[in-house]
Design a protein around this ligand. Structure first.
Ligand SMILES: *Cc1c(COP(=O)(O)O)cnc(C)c1O
Length: 227
């Protein structure tokens, strides 16, 4: 029999705790975001029954259907995928968090469209640390101005940064990219932004991301299986 979603979550939690211990961090200092894209509401229910409350989604319409079907559960939904202008209203109305803000225009629309009866939308700016031209994410050079502008929007609360680095050839190289993201995060904090979230690390680079200060890791396949 293949391992259950509950078994998988337990195993990933141990991996997170091991990485925390190895780097001298508190065992509860890293949040596990279960990436449930392409999986149906039943898989999310199983994960919730195993104690998981934070879920990440990439595809907006798919996510909205799932969020609606799971209204009876106290879940926290994170948008981690690219956002087109014509999808900002759905995101503002249905999600708790967005990790993938990389343009001021998108942030402004999210703020304008966030319903008054909901708390501010919790936001991370996606930063392209390792500099691939084709990748989404703001460049490190443009980050400080974007962060200040997003922080000033009334219906958003800027919480931190998100990165999706390319897989590196060696652990040392991977760690250097994670360290760069951490340095950008700390420099924004030094500029007075009260940031507490560094969304960094997936299955393959989790240990290195945690060693360099990640506060949230995003794991899909290792929990739900191959998509
Ligand atoms: C899909 C996705 C993940 C999870 O990837 P897995 O390989 O399934 O663990 C994490 N972060 C982002 C931004 C993703 O799109």
């Amino acid at each position: 029999m293949s391992p259950s979603i509950a078994d998988n979550i337990a195993r990933v939690r141990v991996q997170i705790q091991t990485a925390c211990q190895a780097s001298g961090r508190a065992l509860d200092s890293v949040l596990l975001l279960a990436v449930s894209k392409t999986w149906g509401p039943e898989a999310v229910r199983q994960a919730h029954a195993a104690g998981q409350t934070a879920f990440g989604e990439n595809y907006i319409q798919e996510a909205v259907d799932k969020i609606t079907a799971l209204r009876d559960l106290p879940l926290v939904w994170h948008c981690i995928g690219p956002i087109q202008s014509n999808k900002t209203r759905l995101v503002a109305e249905h999600f708790d968090w967005v990790h993938s803000v990389d343009r001021l225009k998108i942030a402004q629309r999210l703020s304008e469209q966030r319903p008054e009866h909901l708390p501010p939308l919790q936001v991370c700016i996606q930063v392209n640390v390792d500099g691939g031209d084709t990748k989404s994410g703001v460049s490190p050079q443009e980050l400080p101005a974007l962060a200040q502008a997003v922080a000033a929007l009334p219906r958003l609360q800027l919480r931190g940064l998100m990165t999706i680095p390319e897989p590196a050839e060696t652990d040392v190289q991977m760690r250097a990219v994670h360290a760069q993201a951490k340095a950008l995060f700390e420099s924004l904090r030094q500029q007075g932004l009260p940031l507490d979230t560094l969304s960094m690390g997936m299955s393959a680079d989790m240990a290195s991301a945690i060693a360099e200060g990640s506060t949230m890791v995003r794991v899909g396949t290792a929990i739900f299986g191959q998509r």
